[in-house]
Design a binder for this molecule. Structure first.
Ligand SMILES: Cc1ncc(COP(=O)(O)O)c(C=O)c1O
Length: 362
């Protein structure tokens, strides 16, 4: 007899997993928007030290990390949510806010995991197309907000399209939304988003909007993707409390907490990574334009490319893979005929451009 699962299991889409982790050392891993640089050695050392104490559970109030984040952003500890990656916080927020009869509004294409939230909770998901430049259309999103809306997700800058919207526009959007609606500004790439402002700029919005959550991660600019640490700066304590109520107490392991605290102390390293990513994304975009392809204005550590024809995508992906260059297929991300390419080392980026040039010439 077959095991009978909950009905949700038939509805929830499988996350499009990045492949190629089996291709070996000499592969340009440009598919998951990670940092191409190893973590700061002192963050690694802190994780090592923490391992000596793992016969105990981790501190379930996560005081050290919450205190470090409070010191940096001036948000009270009670309004700082933590998660096993920001993905964990996103899913838990969905659990806490959504149910049948409720609605969640987000742009599409945006971060793949958003598509989990409606089916997992039974809420109606409203996907609002991006504008002609692959940016969020905040006016169109505002028009979809109803009395049933519980959650709006704004991915800024947007994954997979790399584009950002100005915080003044987010502020105007918040003004138009009733205050029972939780608005999550997913800022996984905020450190790279020079067009949006520095990492404090959106924190200012929290003072005005108790229904706002800034969702952030140590996976990108801090180079700790493998340890899984995310955080949410919340406009109200109620959101943090609801999230914590939804899950097990020990969601963030000791090594991850310790490394994140130390990584925060090394802002010089974050700045170095950002400077590299900004220069590299410009060089990548120039190279792609020289090949005659459209590329979005990137405010992230990746670039978003439209191929000439939708049908070119599988053959280009196969060709890149043969040359040990892994990028993300647009088809898996909601826009066939596109590629999302993470900024790698300068050598990896040159390798990607050389491979593309060969493949487009064929
Ligand atoms: C927009 C966005 N949000 C959230 C995440 C989740 O990041 P993590 O769970 O590693 O913190 C990602 C990861 O790629 C992302 O692109």
């Amino acid at each position: 007899m077959a095991i009978e699962f909950g009905e949700r299991i038939r509805r929830i889409p499988a996350y499009p997993l990045a492949a190629g982790y089996d291709l070996g050392q000499d592969t340009a891993m440009l598919a998951s928007n990670e940092s191409c640089f190893a973590p700061h050695p002192e963050a690694v050392a802190a994780a090592h030290r923490a391992l000596a104490g793992v016969h105990r559970y981790p501190d379930p109030s996560y005081v050290a990390l919450r205190t470090a984040l409070r010191a940096r952003y001036g948000v009270p500890r009670e309004r700082i949510a933590l998660g096993n990656g920001s993905c964990d916080l996103l899913l838990t927020l969905g659990d806490a806010l959504l149910e049948p009869g409720a609605e969640v509004v987000y742009a599409w294409p945006a971060f793949s995991e958003y598509r989990h939230l409606g089916p997992a909770s039974g809420a109606r998901a409203i996907e609002v197309p991006l504008d002609a430049e692959d940016r969020h259309d905040l006016a169109a999103m505002a028009a979809e907000v109803t009395v049933a809306t519980r959650l709006v997700l704004i991915c800024n800058p947007n994954n997979p399209t790399s584009t950002s919207v100005a915080l003044e526009d987010v502020d105007a959007f918040l003004r138009s939304v009733p205050d029972h609606v939780c608005v999550v500004l997913d800022e996984a790439y905020v450190e790279f988003a020079l067009a949006v402002g520095d990492t404090y700029a959106s924190v200012e919005l929290l003072r005005r909007w108790p229904n706002l959550v800034l969702l952030r991660t140590f996976s990108k600019a801090y180079g700790l993707a493998g340890l899984r640490v995310g955080y949410g700066l919340c406009g109200s304590e109620a959101v943090r409390a609801a999230v914590d109520q939804m899950r097990q107490p020990f969601y963030l392991n000791m090594a991850a907490q310790a490394a994140a605290v130390v990584a925060l102390e090394h802002q010089d390293e974050v700045e170095r990574r950002v400077a590299h990513a900004v220069a590299a994304r410009m060089a990548l975009a120039d190279g792609v334009r020289e090949l005659g392809l459209w590329v979005a204005d990137s405010d992230t550590n990746f670039v978003w490319i439209h191929l000439r024809n939708e049908e070119d995508e599988p053959q280009i992906l196969d060709g890149l893979r043969e040359r040990r260059v892994l990028v993300r297929a647009g088809a898996a991300l909601g826009r066939p005929g596109s590629l999302r390419v993470t900024v790698g080392t300068d050598g990896e980026n040159r390798r990607f451009l050389a491979a593309m040039s060969e493949l487009l010439d064929r």
